[in-house]
Write a protein of this length. Structure first.
Length: 297
């Protein structure tokens, strides 16, 4: 009798896992789902002699946005593919793409706003011509013209790779215009405007620079790239008081040849990130099951 119960239990678990995998395959329109071994996602969208820099999904998982540049990093464009009757559409430039550079995009958790980095002119006195943050809101199904996100004490800095939380706190990296002293900062929205930014307090053993942050909507964990001989993806956990502790490097299956631009799906299951050797420029977006890393706090 006990043997029969065990067989039934194993069968139920197997069928449950298979159904879950089938659902996930349909969500991402793929025939293979990663476990703790990462592999590439939609590398076929990268044109020849171009580089991919970041890949994210809209919160409803119906659209995939990604950044493409030339190999000299002179022009950055954001493209999108959409689900249509069980297939991906052909890539198109997104509505906010311009003759300037666009990169570092992320959605608000509710999907009603998209934040991105751009070199387009701000027309705000005292603001340097470099990367700054912009946003567009979706109103009644229509994306509005992007507006400049003015963070007063960073007008003379490079500001890029925004990610916003449920509380309305905006995280990003900032640096001097020559990319020196790059680190992660955050700004809170008060009465419709973002306040002066503060450096994000992340407990680490080294004083390396940090960039390309992803913060979970509930602000319980932060994934970012540390700047050393290569970019390594790190994870840090909220201390509940605005600080970030228990910082650790993600496992060696993820960190091997230089990584950045992390993004995690809304269910906290899959990490997407860019990886590749800088000189070889064999860049790709990988994805991997991240649940075990989030539980090992």
């Amino acid at each position: 009798m006990n043997k029969l119960k065990i067989i039934l239990l194993v069968t139920i678990v197997f069928l449950s896992c298979r159904n879950e995998n089938d659902t996930t395959k349909m969500q991402f329109l793929t025939d293979k789902i990663p476990n703790n071994i990462p592999f590439e996602f939609k590398q076929d969208v990268v044109p020849e002699n171009k580089l991919i820099h970041k890949g994210i999904f809209s919160p409803n998982l119906k659209e995939y946005y990604y950044t493409i540049s030339d190999t000299n990093f002179k022009k950055f464009d954001v493209f999108v593919i959409k689900k249509d009757n069980g297939n991906w559409t052909e890539p198109k430039k997104v509505f906010f793409n311009s003759k300037y550079n666009e990169h570092g995009m992320s959605f608000s958790p509710d999907g009603n706003s998209i934040y991105f980095s751009s070199t387009r002119p701000t027309n705000v006195k005292g603001t340097l011509e470099t990367w700054h943050i912009w946003k567009s809101d979706n109103v009644n199904g229509e994306w509005k013209e992007p507006v400049f996100v003015d963070i007063p004490n960073l007008r003379d800095k490079l500001v890029s790779h925004p990610t916003i939380t449920n509380s309305g706190t905006l995280y990003f990296h900032t640096s001097n215009i020559d990319y020196s002293e790059m680190d992660i900062y955050h700004s809170k929205k008060v009465n419709g405007k973002f306040e002066n930014a503060e450096k994000t307090s992340i407990s680490m053993n080294s004083k390396t620079g940090k960039c390309t942050p992803y913060v979970s909507p509930n602000e319980d964990y932060l994934i970012f790239a540390s700047i050393g001989n290569q970019l390594d993806l790190m994870i840090s956990f909220s201390d509940g008081r605005g600080g970030w502790i228990n910082t650790k490097k993600l496992n060696n299956k993820i960190n091997n040849i230089g990584q950045g631009n992390p993004y995690v799906t809304p269910d906290n299951k899959f990490l997407f990130y860019t990886t590749g050797e800088h000189l070889e420029k064999n860049w790709r977006v990988n994805w991997v099951d991240i649940e075990s890393e989030l539980k090992n706090n």
